[in-house]
Design a protein around this ligand. Sequence first.
Ligand code: ZN
Length: 89
Amino acid sequence: MKMTEPCDKCRGTGEMLYGSTSTYMGGIGGAAMTTDVCNKCWGTGLKNKTGVNLKELRLEMNKSFQLQKRGLLKQITVLQNQLNNVKEV
Ligand SMILES: [Zn+2]
């Protein structure tokens, strides 16, 4: 097996034409045919060299976003409590 052998799923293009409205993430793609990054080689187009796993990257980003969101919501609650304690003049 050569290192430069093209990915057998996308035939070396690094892209896939998904034949449904769903994307590789399982979300709604919108168009009937959706071009997205090949979910086998992750865009490199090569059989033995995979790119960044976008699925994992997106999950990771989502996780840190959720943590940030939770922190902000906590701050809002604290500020709201402080506001409630302010007596109107
Ligand atoms: Zn591929």
